[in-house]
Design a protein around this ligand. Structure first.
Ligand code: CP3
Length: 336
């Protein structure tokens, strides 16, 4: 929390995106008993995997176990996590008429299971470990809504954006209003910081980002209750960093394709930053990870306002011992 506010810290805090996930045997054991969405919808189970991962890794923050796509269900989209395929949306948005049938989310009651999971997790976590809530950013969510799942080239998304800008902006506004409501409900339930994941925004040109995305992402930041740090994360964002900063957020996340010192200078030292170890470094063993962590910490240069993280989520085959070694190395090498 202090690092998010660019205050002094005894060592650089570290947490990891997807820290509760399939690379952990304990997660797989729980997951064997439930479908993924089912797990998200059982607050006790979501709280258990969140808390377990944070304690096992000895990280400085927990992120609530949930998914960026949960919010699209109350918007009238039919979401499924198909075995081995990732998310599938059976009724994707492809036309202005499809945009019209997207429901306005008037209340967040349909996602009350997330708020319950946050309340339980907050009780179970060590008091000095803050809990992060999150949502997808408008563009990344729109990409799933238009493609009907993951994508390589985002053809359906960009076609709607270019051919029907009115419908595009209407869809993005509707998503953005739902997101602000959702984040504020998470904060009310006990999330002490919240993160926007714009995982796939790196597929856009700077001009398209400015015209079709920035105003919507900004409106989410503007509508989150003041006083709670907001983290703004994306991947492939090297050409977009100044615009991402302009869109908002107290902490800007970087992937591993940029040097942390250069990226920090570009977004400005008056903002906090998060990042940025390549998740694949964790496959090369503890010694390699320690050297890479040191490089990142050196680039941060002891400046206040660095939250250590990966440049993207932990991959499913990652060895747990190396993840534990990374957290220890960051704590030790960054002692002030
Ligand atoms: O970080 C955490 O520990 C909290 C939980 C979390 C999950 N998803 C759990 C999850 C968070 C923060 C997310 C965010 C999320 N979900 C993002 C943004 C982050 C990123 O990685 O870019 C995105 C794009 C999604 C959408 C999503 N959810 C996809 C594409 C998939 C399939 C991935 C795959 O490799 O199969 C998911 C499923 C998912 N979300 C899993 C987990 C632990 C795996 C599901 C399983 O157990 O089978």
């Amino acid at each position: 929390m202090r690092a998010c506010r660019r205050e002094g810290v005894p060592y650089t805090p570290v947490w990891l995106m997807r820290q509760a996930g399939r690379y952990m045997k304990e997660y797989r054991d729980v997951r064997a008993r439930y479908g993924f969405l089912e797990m998200c919808k059982q607050p006790e189970v979501a709280a258990e995997v969140t808390t377990y991962a944070a304690h096992r890794l000895n990280v400085d923050a927990a992120i609530i176990f949930a998914d960026i796509l949960l919010i699209i269900e109350p918007m009238g989209l039919d979401l499924e996590f198909a075995q081995g395929e990732g998310p599938v949306i059976h009724n994707p948005v492809r036309s202005p008429a499809d945009v019209d049938r997207l429901r306005e989310v008037e209340s967040i009651d349909a996602l009350d299971y997330v708020m319950q999971a946050i309340r339980i997790t907050r009780r179970e976590l060590k008091p000095n470990v803050p809990l992060i809530g999150f949502c997808g950013a408008p563009f990344t969510l729109a990409s799933y809504v238009c493609e009907g799942g993951g994508s390589k080239n985002y053809i359906n998304t960009k076609r709607l954006m270019y051919n029907d800008p009115g419908a595009w902006h209407e869809m993005m506004s509707r998503i953005s209003r739902a997101l602000a409501l959702y984040l504020n409900a998470q904060i009310d339930a006990g999330a002490q910081a919240v993160q926007l994941f714009d995982s796939w925004v790196g597929c856009l040109s700077p001009d398209d980002y400015r015209e079709f995305v920035l105003p919507h992402t900004r409106s989410v930041f503007e509508n989150v209750k003041p006083g709670t740090p907001v983290l703004h994360f994306g991947t492939g964002t090297a050409p977009l960093l100044e615009l991402i900063r302009e869109a908002g957020g107290d902490v800007i996340g970087f992937d591993w394709r940029v040097r942390l010192d250069e990226a920090w200078a570009r977004v400005g030292h008056d903002t906090a930053v998060m990042g940025n170890l390549d998740p694949v470094a964790l496959f090369a063993g503890a010694e390699h990870v320690r050297r890479e962590a040191k490089k990142i910490l050196d680039r941060a240069g002891g400046r206040d306002g660095h939250v250590f993280n990966l440049g993207h989520g932990i991959l499913p085959e990652t060895p747990v011992e190396t993840v534990v070694a990374l957290v220890e190395a960051v704590h030790e090498l960054s002692q002030r």
